[in-house]
Design a protein around this ligand. Structure first.
Ligand code: SAM
Ligand code: DTB
Ligand code: SF4
Length: 328
């Protein structure tokens, strides 16, 4: 395969298959080469993730520890006060983070007081000079526009898996619902963050299909999180095998080649990976991670901030400085 010199939105399934199934070292070499054409390889974006509303979600996503219907023993928390969130964002900025992502265990945004509170949080975090991101479930066109007006930089909304496998994992909404929220986000001029999860019992073909959907969107998502299933006791997927880190490497490398200008985020799964295993993902083109003050992603463990600092020092990585925000 030729190394792309341009960004393509017309990838075929056959092309993606031949990239994905290459011998691993060839694949990583190719991805690392593409990575160097589009990015500074020594820079990794540090995104701080905060769960601003935890648990009690009405959806049935079978991987999720926050779905009300599974008995996962997590502590349910109502929407956090704005000042508390802004104080955490300030500390994240002081610790070197350039993006702050607020997550809520909602099916969708509703036009109510909670949404007004989220809009105030977005304004407050934006005023600190951080890139503000939210992940709140489904959004209408008008809600996306209001978030953009409040200063939202990016919106995270994952496809999770292929269209075909989606219905095995979630029954309370459809793959097309996900795509229509992404459309609303894009239309509002908000940067799109969308990726998926591996380890949900999907086939290689499902992974390829999901990457095909992402990489043939009219515009690639600016960020692509690649999550390994974080197995949560009490959820239907709790007993699936742990994702092998080479699978993460392969997925990240393929995403890097298909969407060369996007940020590819090594997301859930880092707590169960060694520094060596994570290094392969960085070599394969991952250039973004999630950190959190609580050392939990949302309800599952994430590496300690101190351990990440040591890893950055060891690998000669530095946190990426915030990109200039271009209002559209
Ligand atoms: N409720 C909103 C939604 O589903 O869009 C926003 C928060 S939700 C926790 C955000 C994303 O986190 C999900 O789409 C999924 O990709 C990821 N996620 C949730 N639980 C996970 C798990 N146990 N392992 C890996 N990724 C997970
Ligand atoms: C994403 O792609 N990964 C993050 C974020 N977007 C919101 C969430 C991962 C959740 C991992 C399991 C948990 O802690 O609940
Ligand atoms: Fe709810 Fe989001 Fe978890 Fe699904 S992934 S159960 S929508 S919090």
């Amino acid at each position: 395969m030729n190394i792309p010199i341009s960004i393509r939105n017309d990838w075929t399934i056959a092309e993606i298959e031949s990239i994905y199934h290459q011998p691993l070292l060839e694949l990583v070499y190719q991805a690392a080469t593409v990575h160097r054409q589009f990015h500074q390889p020594g820079e990794v974006q540090v995104c701080t993730l905060l769960s601003v509303k935890t648990g009690g979600c009405p959806e049935d996503c079978s991987y999720c520890g926050q779905a009300a219907r599974y008995h996962t023993g997590i502590t349910v928390k109502a929407l956090m006060p704005k000042d508390e969130v802004v104080a955490i964002a300030q500390r994240a900025k002081d610790a070197g983070s350039s993006r702050f992502c607020m997550a809520a265990a909602w099916r969708e945004v509703r036009d109510n007081r909670d949404f007004e509170q989220i809009l105030e949080m977005v304004e407050g975090v934006n005023d600190l000079g951080l890139e503000v991101c939210c992940t709140l479930g489904m959004l209408s066109e008008s809600q996306a526009a209001r978030l953009q007006q409040a200063g939202l930089y990016a919106y995270n909304h994952n496809l999770d898996t292929s269209k075909e496998h989606y219905q095995e994992i979630i029954s309370t909404r459809t793959f097309d619902d996900r795509l229509s929220t992404l459309k609303n986000v894009r239309k509002a001029g908000i940067s799109v963050c969308s990726g998926g999860i591996i380890g949900l019992g999907e086939t290689h073909e499902d992974r390829i299909q999901m990457l095909h959907t992402l990489s043939t969107l009219p515009q690639h998502p600016e960020s692509v999180p690649v999550n390994a299933l974080a197995r949560v006791k009490g959820t239907p997927l709790a007993d699936l095998p742990k994702v092998d880190s080479w699978e993460m490497t392969r997925m990240i490398a393929t995403a890097r080649i298909l969407m060369p200008a996007s940020m590819v985020r090594l997301s859930a799964g880092r707590a169960e990976m060694s520094t060596e295993e994570q290094s392969w993902c960085f070599m394969a083109g991952a250039n973004s991670i999630f950190t959190s003050e609580s050392e939990e992603l949302l309800v599952t463990p994430n590496p300690r901030l101190d351990d990440d600092r040591k890893m950055f020092d060891l690998l000669g990585l530095k946190p990426m400085i915030k990109q200039e925000v271009v209002k559209q």
